[in-house]
Structure formats: C-alpha cells, structure tokens
Design a protein around this ligand. Structure first.
Ligand SMILES: Nc1ncnc2c1ncn2[C@@H]1O[C@H](COP(=O)(O)OP(=O)(O)O)[C@@H](O)[C@H]1O
Ligand SMILES: [Mg+2]
Length: 223
C-alpha cells in the first residue's frame, strides 16, 4: 500500500448500492465504490462480471435501476472504452482526437496556441503514438485507439478517468507506457478507475475491487 493511501483526499466518485439491469438481466447489484483524487482503483473479475457496466454507470452513460451515483460537482470525466468502432475514413487524426481534450479547458472556438500543440504532442508521446500522430483514428488498432483516448484524457486534465482494459492485447513495452500514463494521471491529481484482468500491470494500486456476477466480492486498500 502506498503511504498516500493513508491521507484523506477528495472523493470524486461515489457509487452506493448500485443495481443495473441489461434487458432484464441483473448486471450489477449492491455495488459500492469510491474513487479519490490522485488514487488508482483497479477493478477485476471474470468476463461478464459487470466491469464495463460499472464504468458506464460511473461515466453517466447508464442510469442505475437502484442506488446512487455521485460525481463531484464540476469534475471532468473521461471514459476510455474497451473498443470504439469508428469508420476508417473518419477525417480525424490522432492529433485531432487528442487536441479535443484541450476544448474542455479552453473552449472549442479559441484558436489553438503553440502551447496547446506542444501539450498535445507531449501527450501523444506519453502514450507512445508519436509515429501515428497524423494517422486517421479509424485506421488504428483497438489498443492504439485506446491510447489516443488516454492521451486525450491527459490533455483534458480529467478529474475522473475511467479505463476499460487499457492493457489488453498489448505488448510489454506498450503496457509499460500505459502504466506510466496512469502514474502521470494520478500524480496530477486525477482519480483513476481501471478495469484489468491482470492487476500486476499497474505499479501502485490504492484500492483493489473484484467483481463476481455483478457483486463486489473483494474491496481492499493496496495492491
Ligand atoms: N448492452 C447490453 N445488453 C444486454 N446485456 C448486456 C449488455 N452489456 C452487458 N450485458 C451483460 O451484462 C453482464 C455484464 O457485462 P459487462 O459489464 O460487459 O461485463 P465485463 O465487462 O465484466 O465482461 C454480462 O452478462 C453481459 O452479457
Ligand atoms: Mg468488459
């Protein structure tokens, strides 16, 4: 456990007794979960245990059938989903997608400044996509697309970052890049909730949550 986990910090996300149904099938039940600024919560569990559903609820994309979901007022939320189907000819490059992250802070209609461009380039480098900066987003692999969205979250200075299996199907080098980016997010004060099959991929975990059949079966501090 990191020493920072002993200090109080701002709660950014709070789920209480959350239940979600998908087509009459109960995908989550009785779920409690908190995320705090500067901390990493890692969620694991078997396929179909409700991990992606949990992130959708936290992102406000799904309304729970029961329970409450609270996100700190004014918090910027970034969701990096497992897969984002996009047409290959969508005329947006990696740089465009990442630059959108600056809009949340600066407004879309203000001309981009040199510092913005530097920030975007830095974030793209931070997720190891510099060589693909000018590539249309739809031509990237699923993992590369996730990394572009992660760079967008870095640029956005999101307060709550929700990552759905960001390291799945990546080689060791790319996993290390993602682990660095997650460290950078928490170091700059973001609350991060990351779904993974292998918690060992992360260097420092503040809270471990395990789901089974839609329920939290383990929730404990530290790795
Ligand atoms: N859009 C959906 N419609 C119907 N059932 C769904 C939908 N999304 C997920 N489910 C079901 O809800 C359960 C939890 O799914 P999910 O949250 O994707 O699990 P995980 O991410 O842990 O693999 C599974 O039984 C899955 O089949
Ligand atoms: Mg999933």
């Amino acid at each position: 456990m990191s020493s920072s986990a002993l200090l109080p910090t701002t709660r950014v996300l709070s789920l209480r007794d959350v239940a979600v149904d998908h087509d009459g099938h109960r995908a989550l039940r009785g779920v409690d979960l908190d995320a705090h600024a500067g901390r990493l919560v890692v969620v694991s569990g078997p396929n179909g245990s409700g991990k992606s559903t949990l992130l959708s609820v936290a992102a406000g994309l799904l309304v729970p059938r029961h329970g409450s979901v609270e996100v700190r007022r004014g918090a910027r939320v970034a969701l990096v989903p497992q897969s984002t189907p996009l047409p290959p000819h969508l005329p947006l490059t990696v740089a465009d997608i990442v630059a959108m992250g600056t809009w949340a802070r600066l407004g879309a209609w203000r001309p981009a400044r040199k510092t913005d461009r530097a920030l975007v380039a830095e974030a793209i480098a931070g997720v190891g996509l510099t060589d693909l900066t000018r590539r249309p987003i739809g031509t990237l692999s699923g993992g590369q697309r996730q990394r572009a969205l992660l760079a967008q979250a870095l640029v956005q200075r999101a307060d709550l970052v929700l990552l759905d299996e960001p390291m799945a199907a990546l080689d060791a080098r790319s996993r290390a890049i993602i682990a660095d980016a997650v460290d950078q997010l928490t170091a700059t004060g973001a609350a991060v909730v990351a779904v993974t099959h292998d918690p060992g991929e992360f260097r420092r975990i503040d809270q471990r949550v395990e789901l089974e059949d839609g329920r939290v079966v383990v929730s404990r501090a530290g790795a």
